[in-house]
Write a protein that binds this ligand. Sequence first.
Ligand SMILES: [Zn+2]
Length: 456
Amino acid sequence: MAPIIDMHTHLFNALDIPMEGYLISRRIERKRPCDLEYIINFFGPHMFHYLTERMRDRCVTRQLGGGKIGWYYSMLLCTFGWYMGQDMKSWESALTQTVRHNAADLMETWDNVDLFVPLVLDFEYWFKNTIDLSVDKQIDIMYRDVIVSQGGKFHAFVPFDPARELSFRNGLNNPDGQKETVSSLELVKTAIEKKGFIGIKLYNSLGYKPIGNGKEKAALYHQRVAVRNDKTSFLFDGRLYDQVLCELYAYCEKNGVPITAHCMMNGIEAYPNASSHFGAAELWKPVLEEYKGLRLNLAHFGWNPVSGRNYGHRQNWMKTICRMMLDYKNLYTDVAHHDVVTHGHRTDFIKAYKNIQRDYSYGLDRIRKKILYGSDWHVLRRLKNFRSFMKQYIRVMQKSGFYTDDDLNDFLGRNAMMFLGLIPGGKNRARLKKFYGDHNIDQPKWFRESEKTDDS
Ligand SMILES: [Zn+2]
């Protein structure tokens, strides 16, 4: 039996990311003053500032045993939640507790998962700034408080940010006003080689394409991000982004390090619709052509959460990703954040998987080996019934006929073992073996048992 692997989770809190800047970046320009969205955006910056400050404050006070929530703050969260149709109090709770607590909550939520893969994020250079915990400290906390202390239950992905790398190389100050001392590339290498991390997280919708940033139109998009989010001092030549990204791809290909790239619409992005300009699935084609050994996961299956824009819609990349998975043998996709816990949306996914079987009958066996289970817990927690995510996703796969009971294990873990390079002979497996030895960690059951799988 293959292990169950949740390929896509997060454990960060409000001190780890520029929350206010992100919320402000979502503002929509040129709305009519009578629109509800205009009114919310008009008051938004004040509300976002207040919410962010309260969350950051609670991150500290909760650790001291206090941090009561207060009626005004509580009312704002409920109002915000009512507008979004989501449980913002639960979301706030995850954003104000320690990474260690979030890890414990995650294990309690899905106690049948053998391995969780938390993705650490690095948003500092892209959104309006709030002083945050530096990314190298976040990596150390993940290493010490989660990876080592949970002994093989968690192995994280480390973020790479081309802007941080360029800032370091040019001797610039970071957004917190201190000299940038962290080389993003060195951070990645140390985390992979010494700290039990097993992959890289990229976030193109922040404002850089996988490659081709030197083109004229890309330069205009970069400018738009910089002006809008108050980041003009970090506006680098697009060819320089390409240069450092290619160094990363070459390192990953040579050392068997997989990459997960955010790939959905309306998620976290530099401005509304930035995902299409920087992170569309097909923008990855030239990278996959050039680096044939690179294993890539386009996260969220290119999903568009806007209702009506399902599989096959022009603004939905699921179909493109299916096509690309047949063309590129090292391309994978995960299903994180898909709202299968809400009845109406679940039927959309059942339909989507039925349509994939219709459109790609000739390549289905290959596509079935490329889809990875992932939850995006922490974002998902805003949804009612989020605990039933795994159960409901299995139901979607069974009802659509996409996986039989026998090959559901591929979806739940075996495909991830391939993607992660954890099968016998995989470079990540060799690194983890050494890591467990160096840290006196007993090899976890999923690791020992996979030694005997037929994949060897
Ligand atoms: Zn995510």
